[in-house]
Design a protein around this ligand. Structure first.
Ligand SMILES: C[S@@+](CC[C@H](N)C(=O)[O-])C[C@H]1O[C@@H](n2cnc3c(N)ncnc32)[C@H](O)[C@@H]1O
Length: 395
């Protein structure tokens, strides 16, 4: 078993949680973290949210983050590669934000309140022109002004309060969850939208790219954008390089190693959402579910993708009569029986199993299932309701 060391989230987690608790709590969190660390977290979030721009030259924009009398400055740079921290302070425009208002907008619930305590200052170079610069000079100035205003617009859009559309994010990050292979996105949208404003912890098994360290991460980036207040973990059996954003952590481990999974959940659980998009080997899918489902929070979801492998022998699946070797679909069918354990005479007088008591619903789609965690405590139909057929045709 490999043990994992996971870096703590520290500042961003504190801000995510405080952002839903009102301005006073958020102000307190800003004070505890310090405005410098808060400004870094804000820049990190803008890096995540700002899409690349097709500009002929990069544009530098100054950020001033204020809290009462305190002010800290950062400069960011934007171009076709997206947004990043700039090494040089000089900027074509400066945006000033109140830290608490901006954080509420970025991380607080989308509740119709406007978070627009921002100001824009344009540098003198946006207007400096003398007639002796001629037509070419005027065109250069116009192109420069266009670049700068586009970049400012992009940063303001990234700082705006809004929910993301999962279909658009799947396209943006090249996720295969919505394409020729799978049609999962609409089902994810249906079941995940209620979590979009919540400070959720999400674990996805399978980062993508297999042995290539630099490949994969598309879905982690997508979840990070979709769950505005989410902390996202990705687990893969291979070492994965690269930074997917400040609300993503990548872990290395085997989803079929129960001891490893126990160590992992002790360090980073519980989760609101677990998605199994790993090996799709039936035995691994069942082991991961057994280890991780108990660490899903009540009201949370455990999702298993690519259930087709339950019918594929190469993955430990089977298309035929029940056999000793159970598939992932066999396990899920048992969960359906478990959901109704109260109604089954064979289960009368025996204690419910963990899943019988804690699976509240199962939602099946083609190759995809959402298992809902919740207390399954509805009582059986009363004893006077006859269990035998009444002998009434069509009754
Ligand atoms: C289909 S890809 C994941 C794609 C990614 N979730 C996405 O939607 O962009 C499957 C990944 O699972 C990883 N994997 C395979 N076996 C595994 C195991 N036993 N434990 C953890 N990860 C595993 C592979 O290395 C691969 O990167």
């Amino acid at each position: 078993m490999s043990e994992i060391a996971v870096a703590p989230w520290s500042v961003v987690e504190r801000l995510l949680l405080a952002a839903g608790a009102g301005p006073a709590k958020l102000q307190e969190a800003v004070q505890v973290a310090g405005l410098d660390a808060v400004a870094d977290a804000i820049v990190d979030e803008l890096v995540v949210r700002c899409d690349p721009l097709s500009l002929d030259e990069s544009v530098r924009i100054g950020l001033e983050i204020t809290s009462g009398a305190q002010l800290v400055r950062r400069t960011v740079e934007l171009d076709h590669a997206g947004l990043r921290l700039a090494a040089v302070a000089e900027a074509a425009a400066v945006l000033r934000f109140d830290a608490v208002d901006l954080l509420e907008g970025l991380f607080g619930p989308v509740d119709g309140r406007r978070h627009n305590s921002r100001e824009v200052r344009w540098s003198d170079s946006m207007t400096q022109f003398s007639p002796d610069q001629g037509l070419a000079g005027a065109q250069r100035l116009l192109a420069f002004r266009n670049r700068v205003s586009t970049a400012v617009h992009a940063v303001l859009a990234a700082a705006a309060t809004r929910r993301a559309d999962l279909g658009a994010l799947a396209v943006r990050y090249g996720s295969d969850k919505w394409a020729d292979l799978h049609w999962y996105t609409e089902h994810y949208e249906h079941h995940f939208s209620r979590f979009q404003d919540a400070p959720v912890r999400v674990l996805e098994i399978g980062i993508g790219g297999y042995h290539a360290p630099e490949l994969g991460g598309a879905s982690l980036r997508m979840w990070q954008r979709y769950f505005r207040r989410g902390l996202v973990y990705g687990l893969d059996i291979f070492e994965k390089a690269g930074n997917e954003g400040h609300r993503v952590r990548k872990l290395r481990g085997d989803q079929s190693d129960a001891e490893f999974l126990e160590d992992m959940v002790a360090k980073i659980g519980p989760f609101d959402i677990v998605i199994d998009d790993g090996s799709h080997v039936n035995d691994h899918v069942k082991k991961s579910f057994q280890s991780l489902f108990p660490h899903v929070r009540p009201g949370g979801l455990y999702v298993i993708e690519d259930l087709q492998t339950a019918y594929w022998p190469g993955y430990g699946g089977r298309d035929g009569e029940p056999a000793a070797q159970r598939t992932s679909i066999d396990m899920l069918k048992e969960l359906i029986d478990g959901l109704h354990y109260q109604e089954r005479e064979s289960r009368c007088g025996t204690e419910p199993s963990y899943t019988e008591r804690n699976v509240a619903a199962l939602h099946f789609y083609h190759n995809l299932v959402f298992v809902e965690k919740g207390l399954n405590a509805e009582t059986a139909a009363p004893g006077f309701v006859p269990r035998q057929a009444l002998g009434v045709e069509g009754g």
